[in-house]
Design a protein around this ligand. Structure first.
Ligand code: FES
Length: 212
């Protein structure tokens, strides 16, 4: 049952990526309870989930979500995920659209009769608005390069990116995070364009932990 619920949670995230909202009818109960609706004004139940996905995809039409990790216990599934997306709309106070950004988060879902009946979502919204440049004045001195599971390198901090000729890429519109292609398939190298999830990129490497 746990594996079936995990597969349903992954399929639900696929619907966020594809926009095929009808697929949710077989995965999510009509009166599912969202404990952390985003935005808070979203309608309740399954309709609210569809409404939220449609709204998100309107702003980020190329939204792609990949699953980084999943844990299941009893009737609950925890999914850690990350999303790449490019903004097309220009919310007030946010710099010009066209920047690709990365959002990570965690979702806990409770299942009954094979469908989600309760959910708790914790997206890193502060990281998102920082990467969109909507929170000025916050700077991170330390440079961190994080390998996304089967995805790009996410670089945060104040960095310079130099090409083979010594010319510097303009990162002024990239906000707080830059996603660098690790799969080799991006059409906008060195930046990630989400191709990794379409080509099924598998990155097996892990940092070696010292044995105790
Ligand atoms: S890692 Fe994202 S396109 Fe290559």
């Amino acid at each position: 049952m746990s594996e079936k619920n995990k597969a349903a949670a992954r399929e639900e995230l696929d619907a966020w990526s594809s926009g095929e909202l009808d697929r949710l009818d077989g995965l999510v109960a009509p009166h599912v309870v969202h404990h952390d609706p985003c935005p808070p004004s979203a309608p309740e139940g399954l309709e609210g989930l569809k409404w939220t996905i449609a709204l998100t995809r309107k702003v980020f039409p190329d939204l792609e979500i990949s699953v980084d990790d999943q844990i299941a216990e009893g009737d609950k599934v925890v999914t850690r995920w990350s999303a790449t997306m490019t903004r097309e709309d220009d919310p007030p106070g946010v710099p010009a659209a066209g920047d690709q950004t990365v959002l990570s988060g965690m979702t806990i879902e409770r299942f009954a009769d094979g469908k989600v009946v309760e959910s708790w979502r914790s997206p890193d919204l502060l990281g998102l608005v920082q990467s969109l440049g909507a929170v000025p004045g916050i700077e991170r001195e330390e440079v961190v390069i994080k390998a996304r599971h089967n995805g790009p390198y996410k670089v945060t901090g104040r960095v310079k990116l130099i090409d083979a000729d010594g010319d510097e890429y303009d990162l002024s519109d990239k906000g707080e995070a830059v996603a660098l292609c690790r799969c080799g398939g991006s059409t906008t190298k060195p930046f990630c364009d989400g191709t990794h999830s379409k080509v099924g990129f598998q990155a097996a490497e892990r940092a070696v932990r010292e044995s105790l």
